[in-house]
Structure formats: C-alpha cells, structure tokens
Design a protein around this ligand. Sequence first.
Ligand SMILES: *[C@@H]1O[C@H](CO)[C@@H](O)[C@H](O)[C@H]1NC(C)=O
Ligand SMILES: *[C@@H]1O[C@H](CO)[C@@H](O)[C@H](O)[C@H]1NC(C)=O
Length: 357
Amino acid sequence: MRAVITLLVLLLSMCGSQTWSTQTDLHTESQSTGAAAEVSTQLDISAELRELRDMVGELRVTLSFTRDELQNTKDLLNKIEVENDAVKQRLVASETEVVNLRKEAAAQTADLRSVTERLAVTETDMEHVKKDTEAQHTDLTTVKTEVMSLIKEQAAQEAELVVLKTRMDTGEAQVETRLSASETEVEKLKMEHAAQEAELTAVKTRLAATETEVVNLEKEITEKPKVAFSAALTAPIEAGNTDLNLVFTKTITNVRQAYSNITGFFTAPVKGVYYFRFTVMDHLNSRRMYIMMFKNGEKVMHLTEYDTDGHASYLSSGVTLQLEVGDVVNMRLPAGSRLYDDSRNHSTFSGFLLFTL
Ligand SMILES: *[C@@H]1O[C@H](CO)[C@@H](O)[C@H](O)[C@H]1NC(C)=O
Ligand SMILES: *[C@@H]1O[C@H](CO)[C@@H](O)[C@H](O)[C@H]1NC(C)=O
C-alpha cells in the first residue's frame, strides 16, 4: 500500500514539473528575443527530457517492485483468511465447550450446595459432640476422684489382707488335720455313694419295666373293646298263647351296635364277661307279672311280682354272663302275661362288657 502511495506522489510531482516547464517556456519566449538564447533554451529542454526519461525508467522499476509486493500481500491475505477460517472453527468448538462447561459448572454448583447443607448438618453434629465431650470430661473428673478413693480403699484392704494371711497361716495347720479327717470321711462316703448308685440303677431298671407295663396297660385299656347298650319299650305289650320275644324298640344307648332294636337280641361281638340287667313295670291289681332272660335260647332267669293296689310295680334284676363270640341274650314275656310302658322308659333292658377273655 505504501508502495502505491509513493507511486502516486511521484506521478503528481512529475505533472507539476511539466506545468512548471511550460510556464518557463512561455516566460522564456516572452522575455528573450535572441537566437543564442533560443539554442540555450533548447539544450535545457533536452536535458530536462532526458532527466524525465530516466525518471520514468526508475518509476517503471519501482512499479514492478510494487506489483511484486502487491502479489505477496495478496498471498499473505489469502493465507490469513484461511487461518482466520480455522480460528473461527476453533472458536465455534470453544463456544460449544464453554456451553458444556457452563452446564457442568451448574451441576457442580448444585453439588456444592448440597455439600454445603451437609456441612452445616455436620457442624451441628460437631457442636453436639463437643458438648458431649465436655460432659464426658466432667464425668472423667468424677471417675478420677472415685479411682483415688478406691486406691485408698485398696491400700486399706491390702493391710487387712496381711493380717488375714497371718491368721490363715496359723489356721492352716489346724485345717490340714481336719482335712485328713475329712478325706477319710469322703472315702467312706464314696463307698456309700457307689452302693447307693448300684441301688439306684436297680431301681431305674425296675422303673423302666414298670413304665413299659404302664404303657402296655394303657394300650390295653384304650384298645379294649367297648360294648354297652340300653333300650326301652314304648307302649304296653301283651303275650298271646305263646312266649313272646320282647323287643325294646327305643334305643337309649348302643355302643358297637351289639343290640338289635328289631329282634330284641344282644349278640356278643367279643369273647368276655358281660353284665345284663332289666327293669319292667305294670299296674298290678291282684295280678302277677312275669319276665324271663334267655342265653342262646336257654333260660337264665324267670322272675315274678305280685301286687294288689293297682299302682305301678317294678320288677328288676341283673346277671353277669360269660359269652363266646356270637352268643345271644334276650328277654321274653311268658304266654298270657303283660307289661306296661309309655314314653317314660319304665321297662328297660341294658348290658355291657366287663372285660374280654
Ligand atoms: C333302632 O336302631 C337303629 C340302629 O341302631 C337306630 O338308628 C334307630 O334310631 C333305633 N330306633 C329307635 C326307635 O331308637
Ligand atoms: C326315654 O328315653 C329316650 C331315649 O333316651 C329319651 O329321649 C326320653 O326323653 C326318655 N323319656 C323320659 C320321660 O325321660
């Protein structure tokens, strides 16, 4: 740029000198009139022309330099523009980075806030801990005082211990004598103990046997067959010309269902000893009532009752029977006789197993 300005200045100065020279011509022409003067003037002009030509040559050289310089400057400019682009790209990248960093900074600020809050809490805790520590210091002082008094007490106890040791040494001899006596006694007791132990073992054996027996007995009891029944008549009943098998139709109890309220027969479900009993009723007005018990069709009992007042009379008895499985027992009403009953269970027949055989 500076080169261009220089060139312009030169050109301007050149024009100025030309103007000046024309004025000189005019001036010269108006002033002089002689030939000698004219020749001298022509010589001056030629010299001036030559001088101007040289100047133009110089200017051309300068111009060529200036052009080169201009080209260099352009190249430099291009290079700078390329560099500028690179810088712009880096700037964009940096800006993106700045945005990211800002976000990070925001996150860190939040963290910092939470840390600050926690720090505040911790500080509060610290305050508490300090207070506790102070309290503990006070306690420690108390404990120290206590320890001092304990040390004193210990010294006193040690003194007492010395006294006691002396007394113990004296007593030791006596104790030894008594100890040997005791040892003899212990030996004796040991022997006694051994004898007692043997006895205990025997008792234990017997106890175990008894326990087994108890268990077996319990089993026997729980596994024992259970047979029992009671049944009643429901209305008056009368035998015709023949004996009548009585059917006590109203079952009161019938464990194991050995009694039939349809036939009136009890059938032994197991071999054993059973007990049977009955009660029958009638209103007797100078009249007899009869009742019979049968086992397997054979008469076991044949009883009678007589009364005159017309009020209720009862006839009752019982018998123990040994039965085989399937043996039957029942009650019979002899021909021509009658019994009374209603809903009140006046006339009943009962039986139960005493034990099995
Ligand atoms: C007769 O015996 C059967 C069977 O044990 C029983 O279900 C029924 O109730 C008995 N009848 C009466 C009237 O007790
Ligand atoms: C007679 O026996 C039956 C059956 O056990 C019973 O329901 C009834 O109440 C008895 N009758 C009376 C008057 O007790």
